[in-house]
Design a protein around this ligand. Structure first.
Ligand code: GTP
Ligand code: MG
Length: 219
């Protein structure tokens, strides 16, 4: 079973994104060590769970068809480095690269839940400082749902964090099912589309105002 909370945005992107061009989405997986970032990535790419993944950091390309449209997912499976001097261990480069974020914790590892809280704050602050007005697409994932007997983070806590930060939320088991992982990626794609549509809308308004008031440059 998959637990899901949707953030409060209106789902309008399907209507506003009219063209049938191939859509690219850069997805960054973040979270503490050993929470299942690679397991989630490999599940999405291959539908399989292979058990051990090693310390690999990679960017994978994956073509998919969602709602009849071709999507190219670029997926950055990151490594968590506690020694890093970046806040919440999210680098400027990662923030610039990503269109959307999947923040993973393990329901059996409370420290990993704190890491995700910290990373949400870091992403939101960085985007705000960069002058972003639109919502950042983020999905919080509580992984290892199959290990109920070792649970230390309740579903409610995960759900509350997601609600307070206006993120999507799922509890899944990458080990047990492909379906939950698929939902995570597809929901993030939906948020990315919404965010792009909002940005387009804002640019359109600025353009119209520039035409009326005579400002020469936007962007
Ligand atoms: N029981 C269970 N084990 C899982 C699940 N997902 C991942 N694991 C296991 O957790 C361990 C860590 O998984 P990884 O995918 O390597 O975790 P990671 O977050 O990529 O770890 P780093 O790359 O080292 O930061 C592995 O032994 C996986 O088999 C899950 O849903 N349930
Ligand atoms: Mg990994």
């Amino acid at each position: 079973m998959v637990v899901q909370v949707k953030p409060s945005v209106q789902h309008s992107s399907k209507m506003t994104e009219g063209s049938q061009q191939k859509v690219e989405a850069n997805v960054l997986l973040l979270g503490a060590e050993n929470v299942g970032k690679s397991a989630l990535t490999v599940r999405f790419l291959t539908r399989r769970f292979i058990g051990e993944y090693g310390d690999i950091e990679s960017i994978y390309n994956h073509n998919d068809r969602v709602d009849g449209r071709e999507i190219c997912f670029n997926i950055w499976d990151s490594l968590y480095s506690q020694n890093s001097d970046t806040q919440g261990c999210v680098t400027e480069k990662q923030l610039r690269w990503a269109d959307g974020f999947i923040l993973v914790y393990s329901i059996c590892d409370r420290a990993s839940f704190s890491v995700v809280s910290q990373q949400v704050r870091r992403i939101r602050q960085a985007k705000k400082h960069a002058g972003g007005v639109d919502k950042v697409p983020i999905i919080i994932v509580g992984n290892k749902r199959d290990l109920q007997h070792r649970r230390t983070v309740s579903s409610e806590e995960g759900r509350m964090l997601a609600l307070s930060a206006d993120c999507g939320f799922f509890e899944i088991s990458a080990a047990e099912t492909y379906h939950g992982v698929l939902l995570v990626f597809h929901e993030l794609l939906e948020l990315i589309r919404e965010s792009r549509a909002t940005r387009k809308g804002i640019k359109g308004i600025v353009r119209s105002m520039s035409a009326v008031f005579g400002r020469r440059r936007i962007d």
